[in-house]
Write a protein that binds this ligand. Sequence first.
Ligand SMILES: Cc1cc2nc3c(=O)[nH]c(=O)nc-3n(C[C@H](O)[C@H](O)[C@H](O)COP(=O)(O)O)c2cc1C
Length: 433
Amino acid sequence: MTNDDAVTRGMAAGTRRGGRHASSGEGAGAAVDNPVAADSKGREKEQAARVRHAEREQAAAAQRSGAHAPGLFDPIDLGHERIRNRIWLPPMCMYSVARQDGVPTDFHYQHYVSRALGGFGMVIVESTAVSPKGRISPCDLGLWNDTQAEAFRRIAADVRAAGALPVVQLNHSGRKGSSGCTPLGYIGRTVPEGEGGWRPEAPSPLAYGRMEEPTQLSVEDIRGVVRDFASAAQRAVQAGFGGIEIHAAHGYLLSEFLDPISNQRTDDYGGSLDNRMRLTLEVSEAVRAVIPRGMPLLVRVSATDWAGDGGWDLAQTIELARALKARGVDLIDVSTGQIVHGVHTPAKPNYQVPFSERIRSKALVPTTAVGLITKPKQAQRIVKHEQADAVEIGRAGLRDPYWPLRAAYKLGLPTDRAPYPEQYVRAAFGTKR
Ligand SMILES: Cc1cc2nc3c(=O)[nH]c(=O)nc-3n(C[C@H](O)[C@H](O)[C@H](O)COP(=O)(O)O)c2cc1C
């Protein structure tokens, strides 16, 4: 049924019932001077109400069916950037800086530019540390000095040249810092100080699993963290990134401050929700203040810690999303978990989508969904049903840099509407030779 059909059917039903109404004489009030005119006015009112009802029903049905919602390959505007589609590469640590200097290598260049050539609309560069102690492992990328910023230039430039928006995720690892990495070893443990490791820092001296007990940050240290995020964001702008994502998920420093299980402070940064949110909000404000006005600012959150009562949950995340939006954050990248050691995450296809949907509808802010989204139709449904404004394809995008191009073919999009590099058009999916 088309929209018009729905409205027309609503009107037809109104007329029929209006007719019965008139012939029965019901509703013609005794105090009316002209019963014929009054009756016709009443019918008009009734009809208008039916049309409004039919329109509401039809809008709800359209949302359920996704008839009017944008699809995966429709562009989206964030700040002053138009992003060519809604299939984005989420941040994924490659732990590949063998020299331990935070400087991106040729591997990073190939890895990110090939995803842009593969049709992703946004390419979010992995967790990039705002200070040496903010790295998750000694093999992480960093943006705490100009050498690093300079080395990021060609990645950002060529991701953009290939049609995707280059965004970098800025992070401080908190108590999960100084973890092992493949080139170095110590996987799942703290790297000792003499071997390139450091004593991790956190809101409270509480260890994560088998990791070393962190030192508690002072208020002065916290102010330093805010400054580090702002400086790293400025370097990201110099490097040519088109957007910034602040990592406030997965049990790294900002998310440790949010969760009462990892934050047991009694000062202005612990206790009430306002106090626990303070650092994330200060960082977001500081970053927003130093980047261009229209540059997209994203924040990644864990919408729950999956620990049950007494931890971090969806209701608090919605409050956080509202506060972030009020501070100029353009989009919430919705993940979950990894904050509290040893809790079970019920991972299955789409398991994080309902969180994205709720944050989107309650905080009225654009969101992304991520987590075991692997199939084109599955991704299309999430966007069409307005559960998220974009989807992120993580591991499936690692095993297939051309995931978006393959998806376009599977969804029947004509080649000229798919995000092919011009040079590849002759070999588009579906080509016989
Ligand atoms: C190798 C790897 C590294 C990751 N590194 C990061 C990271 O740097 N920052 C982050 O927020 N999430 C990170 N994640 C989580 C992903 O961004 C994504 O949320 C997760 O893989 C779920 O999506 P998927 O099922 O599509 O892979 C990483 C995941 C993987 C597999």
